[in-house]
Design a protein around this ligand. Structure first.
Ligand code: ATP
Ligand code: MG
Length: 326
């Protein structure tokens, strides 16, 4: 029995979470779900965007399922990543047939460093302007590169591409690049290469099929994964995992989408695929595969889809249909 912390949060977070829990219950794997609050609404109701009880629950669970937080995202999700030391952010970029993906044959994984880089929040102002510090350590670089190569081995991927800008940021990105190749040497069955981040942004549009696993620093990973979402048909389809040594959190890449919240229009697939990544993390690979296949089936059958995919079904009906196809 797995202990899962469920934090639906704001807006469509609640709606897509309901769908994902429904699908998880259809897998036959045994879970005990405990719900807690976080986000904008929670701040209004209790004075905290991330209450201590929610943080404590997240820390003692086997895994966390997270929906979305609106304006308070930095106080909720960025803090959860730090508090749980979730150093690896995994964002799969995969195209499904028949969707409005720009390319139909894409399947790669972005492994983003999640604890340092441009996101340490050390900014200052002086009379001339402002400065942001960017931290790259050997330890964190080694840990994330090692994670990427191990991931490649366990999932049967063939190549890991290290992405940086070491020609300009010679010291910080120079260290990341050097560490990448230091780690690559230990994994002689996996091909390795490196690209500059600007070139990578272009290659994602000109030869996205080249990529298998990308490993990169925090900000580059953030930007490239949104580009990835763009080339495979939008935010409603992209899940993510935040992994640490002692815990993990799974969330869709999209936010609370206030423009469609409360209208049963949200696509639950990003959240359902996040739950699938949780099953993989827990070692429940057969159930994860069953969800993957059910999602593919429902997308290709085309009769039950949410408006973002050109259908007119509700969040609940799409989730139910995936559950029925397990
Ligand atoms: P937040 O501040 O919480 O990130 P946002 O306004 O940036 O909210 P996002 O959730 O990031 O909104 O979504 C951006 C756009 O993509 C919105 O127009 C939204 O309706 C659409 N969108 C996001 N997620 C989904 C989904 N699951 N299903 C359908 N449309 C979605
Ligand atoms: Mg957003």
């Amino acid at each position: 029995m797995y202990k899962i912390a469920v934090i639906p949060g704001d807006g469509i977070g609640k709606e897509v979470m309901e769908g994902a829990i429904d699908v998880l219950e259809g897998t036959g794997v045994e879970f005990s779900f405990t719900y807690e609050n976080a986000g904008d609404e929670c701040l209004k109701d209790c004075g905290y965007a991330l209450p201590d009880d929610t943080l404590a629950l997240a820390k003692k669970s086997d895994a966390v399922l997270f929906g979305a937080a609106g304006e308070t995202a930095a106080d909720v999700i960025v803090r959860l990543r730090q508090e749980l030391d979730l150093y690896a952010n995994l964002r799969p970029v995969k195209s499904y047939p028949g969707t409005n993906a720009i390319f139909q044959d894409i399947d790669f994984m972005i492994v983003r460093e999640n604890t340092e880089g441009m996101y340490i929040g050390v900014e200052s102002e002086n009379k001339d302007g402002a400065t942001a510090k960017r931290l790259i350590t050997h330890k964190a670089s080694q840990k994330i590169c090692d994670y990427a190569f191990k991931y490649a081995i366990t999932t049967g991927r063939k190549r890991v591409t290290g992405v940086h800008k070491a020609n300009v940021l010679k010291i910080t990105d120079g260290l990341f690049k050097k560490t990448f190749y230091e780690v690559a040497e230990k994994y002689d069955t996996i091909e390795s290469n490196d690209y500059y981040v600007d070139a990578t942004a272009m290659y994602l549009l000109t030869k996205p099929q080249f990529f298998d696993v990308i490993v990169t620093t925090n900000l580059y990973g953030d930007i490239l994964s949104d580009e990835g979402a763009g080339i495979v048909g939008g935010l409603g389809l992209i899940p993510s995992a935040n992994i640490g040594d002692k815990g993990a959190l799974f969330e869709p890449v999209h936010g609370s989408a206030p423009d469609i919240a409360g209208q049963s229009k949200a696509n639950p697939i990003a959240m359902i695929l996040s739950a699938k990544m949780m099953l993989e993390f827990l070692g429940e690979n057969e159930s994860a595969k069953a969800i993957d296949e059910a999602v593919l089936k429902v997308i290709t059958q085309k009769n039950i889809l949410t408006p973002d995919m050109g259908g007119n079904s509700t969040t609940k009906d799409l989730a139910k249909s995936i559950k029925n196809n397990l």
